[in-house]
Design a protein around this ligand. Sequence first.
Ligand code: NAP
Length: 532
Amino acid sequence: MSLEREVDVVVVGAGFSGLYMLHKLRQQNLDVVVFERGDGVGGTWFWNRYPGARCDVESQDYSYSFSPELEQEWEWTERYPAQPEILNYLNHVADRFDLRRSIELETEVTKAAFDDGANQWLVTTDRGESIKAKYVVMATGCLSNGRVPDFDGMDTFGGEIYHTGSWPQEGVDFTGKRVGVIGTGSSGIQAIPEIAKQAEQLTVFQRTPGFSVPARNAPIDPEFLKEVKANYPQRREFARRSATGLPFNGGTETAMEATDEQRKATYESLWGEGGFRIGAAYADLIVNKDSNDTLAAFIHSKIDEAVDDPRTAEKLKPRDYPVSTKRICVDTDYYATYNRPNVSLVDVRQSPIVGFDERGLKTQDAEYEFDVVVFATGFDAMTGALLGPDITGANGLSLREHWHAGPRTYLGLSTVGFPNMFIVAGPGSPSVLTNMVSAIEQHVEWISDHLAHLEDRGLQRSEALSEAEDGWVAQVNGIAESTLFNTANSWYLGANVPGKPRIFMPYAGGFGAYRETCDAVAADGYRGFVLS
Ligand code: NAP
């Protein structure tokens, strides 16, 4: 079937980014279609339904700020929202703003090609449809391309296999089952305590331990929520100007300025509060290894307190990268889970997984039989979903070629040679280092203002300049080099995907400063773009 349709904008993805992008562009009277591969809206929160899936940003802040009515009417129930609650929220948003009529579900964009003469994109979907659009907005998410390592013999395994990032909608019953979990990043650390409660036996295969802090999740105090709602404009404004897109600032003192007692008191207090604020306790934690070591030692001491078996505690202590250079995990009872008699931990650095057979998996030293294996092995982050479809820009250049040595963008929003294509929360923007919803709103608003600027002036084409992109890439790299980020084998650097270029992908200069740059670029007639 081949239907030739024409719209103003194709938006790819119906998560937080795509939904708001659609709403914004519709308000500008643009004809928009959203393609979404899932059979529902929600993006990340549609796919990541594993037990324990919960956001690590607090509910009242992990929400849209664009509609005061929405802010007032939605009632969050817990300090940190669980996946079903966020998915309900996004479904409510889709209904409330009448978005569904422009969203085509179970439709994957496979190809997008720019027609240089017509200044138009031709977008092809897996339904065999081709559609012309003046603009394409990639709202495909930073962590949407799940990665399952290619172990020998996996296809011979007779049990069930799941990845946390594409969990079955009907859920998985672990009761009475022997379960293996591979991976101990944020997803594994959330899923492990929940699976342990059900499974007969749980074996966790850990390659790199995570630094994890307690969430201290609880029902939201209605009085607190009332106060938040009364002060939402100020709270949001603060977040928009802050380094992280959250309504608080990190510590301004350096860890080295504080005494041992002061540091301990500060860390204890933030550990007691819960959440990842402890990672911003001092201004220099992400730039000074000695300072960072003080926090690492504190978290090690908490692991010792929580875990009964000293050998297991030792295995759980991250030793080879600084705190926060891999995303801090936020958990509920993660470390204490290893005190359960039905849970054991295998260090696959010491004894690597060699492969699967029908009954389970083998490491160098042992064999394990399982009914279910859960891969909590992460994502081809930030670029995976952008390089999935075959995208070719002006002069037939493919995005995969343009980014062969790593992603290159101007402001994380646009890339040279791909006119009229914009990325929400793309590589080179603060995205994953901030509150994603704040980052998404800022990008969506910048893109819609930009399209309004083009439309109002009858302009046909917007394209980033090479020197602007070169300058931005250098700036993003330079900022990362001034921090400890490059010292960890993290997904921020693509280090979790064999063969992926090792480039620190997010902009680490702070969300507030980034917003100012984007605003200044716009105020300066979109400096760094050629508009024609
Ligand atoms: P991840 O942080 O990349 O963790 C993947 C884990 O799998 C790591 O422990 C990794 O070990 C391990 N692994 C990968 N390949 C392996 C292999 N071949 N053999 C053994 N182990 C292997 O992925 P994630 O946990 O899904 O989290 C990704 C990001 O999503 C987070 O950093 C966070 O930004 C977001 N997230 C957030 C929340 C939340 O809001 N609470 C929850 C889940 C996810 P290595 O470290 O050695 O590579």
